[in-house]
Design a protein around this ligand. Structure first.
Ligand code: SF4
Ligand code: SF4
Length: 117
C-alpha cells in the first residue's frame, strides 16, 4: 500500500529529499509524474486518467506535506523500508490501509516510473 502523511505533519521537510520517486511534495506545491522519474510521454494514473508526464497537477494538500500515491512504491526497489517514515520526527507517515498493493504491484510501479532502471 502507499504511504500517507497524516495531519500530524509539522511541515519540517525532512522526508521530501529522501523519497526515491519524488512522490513527496510540500503543501500547496503542484506535482507531476516526471519529477524525479525517468518516464517520458503519457502515463496512465491508477484512476485510469491518462496524463502527460510533465502536466502539473493540483496539490493534494494545502496544509501539510503530501504523498502522490501514483508515485509511492513504499520504497520497494530502492530501500528495505519506507524512507519517509524512517526520518519523520513525529511518525506521521503511515500505511494507507485504503490502498493495499502487493510487493509485485509496487515493484511494477517502480519499473513503470523508472523504465531506464
Ligand atoms: S514510502 Fe518511499 S516511495 Fe513512498 S513516499 Fe515514502 S519515501 Fe517516497
Ligand atoms: S518528515 Fe514528517 S513531519 Fe516532516 S514534513 Fe515529512 S511527514 Fe511532515
Amino acid at each position: 500500500m502507499a504511504i500517507i502523511i497524516t495531519d500530524e505533519c509539522i511541515n519540517c521537510g525532512a522526508c521530501e529529499p529522501e523519497c526515491p520517486n519524488n512522490a513527496i511534495y510540500e503543501s500547496g506545491a503542484e506535482w507531476s509524474i516526471s519529477d524525479g522519474t525517468s518516464v517520458r510521454g503519457s502515463f496512465t494514473l491508477e484512476n485510469g486518467e491518462i496524463t502527460d508526464v510533465d502536466t502539473r497537477h493540483s496539490a493534494l494538500s494545502n496544509e501539510v506535506y503530501y504523498i502522490v500515491p501514483d508515485k509511492c512504491t513504499e520504497c520497494k526497489g530502492f530501500h528495505d523500508e519506507p524512507q519517509c517514515a524512517a526520518v519523520c520526527p513525529v511518525d506521521c507517515c503511515i500505511p494507507d490501509i485504503g490502498r493495499v498493493e502487493t510487493e509485485e504491484q509496487l515493484l511494477a510501479k517502480k519499473d513503470k516510473l523508472h523504465p531506464n532502471g
